[in-house]
Design a protein around this ligand. Structure first.
Ligand SMILES: [Zn+2]
Length: 273
C-alpha cells in the first residue's frame, strides 16, 4: 500500500497564531516540532494499517528559506520519505505511480471562516477566494482535486473543527476526520493537548485505511471552471494574456476553463507564494 501524506501547519494542535508558522518568528521552532510529531502520528497509523511506501509532502510555506520546509528531519519517523522545498501542488510522482490513499494532516479552513483557526485560501495577499465550477472552496479542495485527478482518494483530514466540517461537506460523510482544536476565532482555540492529539491522529489514520473505497476520489465535473477573486486591481496583470484565462475587470475575477481540473489549475496557478 502506497500512502501520500499531504501536510500543512496551521491545523496542528498548539498552533493558533502566525508566530508559530513563519520562518524567523520566535516561536517557529516550537511550531516545527509540533508539526513534525503530528505527521509522525499519521505515519505510525499508516504503518499499522499496512503501508509499505509513505511519502510525506510538506505543503506549508513558512517563507524565506523555509518554503515548503518546516518538518524537522531528525525528528521524522524513519519509515517515511519526505518532500521539501517543492512548489505547492507540484509533487505528483507517487500519485502517478498509483498511490492508494492520501491523508491530509494539519489543515485549515478556507478564507473567511469565522471559527477557522488561521483560515485563509492559499494567499490572502493576491487572491482571497476560489471557486471550482461555482462552488466556493479552500485549499483542501485543491489538494483533493490533485489527488482525484490521479484517481487517489483523500481518506483522512485533521485540523480544527472548521476544516473537518468543510472537508466532510466537500468529500462526504464517510471521510475520517480528527479535530485537534476548536476555533473560538481566527486566532484563538480550545485545544486538545499534542500528546493526546497525536494518539487520535494515529488512530484516525489507521481506521481511515481500513476501507480504501470509503471515499470516492474528488473530481470536479468536466468541463471545469476555476475562478479566483483577485484582491487588488494591479494584480490582474499577473494573468493578462495567458492561455485559457478570462479576466473580468468589473469583478476582479479570473476564470480558467479546461476539460479537466489539472489543466485548468495549471493554467491559473503560476505563483510561487
Ligand atoms: Zn500552511
Amino acid at each position: 500500500m502506497k500512502i501520500h501524506i499531504m501536510c500543512d501547519m496551521e491545523g496542528v494542535s498548539g498552533i493558533v497564531t502566525w508566530g508559530r508558522v513563519g520562518t524567523g518568528k520566535p516561536m517557529y521552532d516550537e511550531g516545527r516540532r509540533l508539526y513534525t510529531e503530528e505527521i509522525n502520528a499519521a505515519v505510525r497509523g499508516a504503518l499499522r494499517a499496512g503501508a509499505e511506501e509513505i511519502v510525506v509532502i510538506d505543503g506549508h510555506n513558512a517563507g524565506g528559506d523555509n518554503r515548503y520546509n518546516s518538518l524537522l528531519p531528525e525528528l521524522l519517523h524513519p519509515a517515511c520519505e519526505w518532500v521539501a522545498h517543492h512548489p505547492w501542488t507540484r509533487y505528483t510522482e507517487l500519485l502517478e505511480t498509483g498511490a492508494d490513499a492520501c491523508l491530509m494532516v494539519g489543515y485549515h479552513a478556507r478564507a473567511h471562516t469565522p471559527d477557522g483557526v488561521l483560515s485563509h485560501t492559499i494567499t490572502s495577499v493576491k487572491w482571497h477566494n476560489l471557486w471550482f465550477n461555482g462552488e466556493l472552496v479552500g485549499e483542501i479542495a485543491v489538494n483533493a482535486a490533485l489527488c482525484g485527478h490521479y484517481g487517489c482518494p483523500v481518506l483522512l483530514m485533521t485540523g480544527d473543527v472548521a476544516v473537518c466540517r468543510e472537508a466532510k461537506a466537500l468529500l462526504g460523510e464517510e471521510l475520517t476526520t480528527v479535530a485537534v482544536k476548536k476555533g473560538l476565532s481566527r486566532y484563538s482555540a480550545r485545544q486538545i493537548p499534542p500528546l493526546r492529539a497525536r494518539d487520535m491522529i494515529e488512530e484516525g489514520a489507521y481506521q481511515a485505511l481500513q476501507d480504501l473505497d470509503a471515499v470516492a476520489p474528488y473530481r470536479p465535473a468536466s468541463p471545469v471552471t476555476i475562478t479566483a477573486q483577485i484582491t487588488k486591481s494591479e494584480m490582474v496583470e499577473d494573468f493578462r494574456g495567458r492561455p485559457g484565462l478570462e479576466l473580468d475587470y468589473d469583478t476582479l475575477k479570473v476564470h480558467s476553463r479546461a476539460d479537466d481540473w489539472k489543466t485548468a489549475w495549471d493554467q491559473i496557478w503560476h505563483w510561487e507564494v
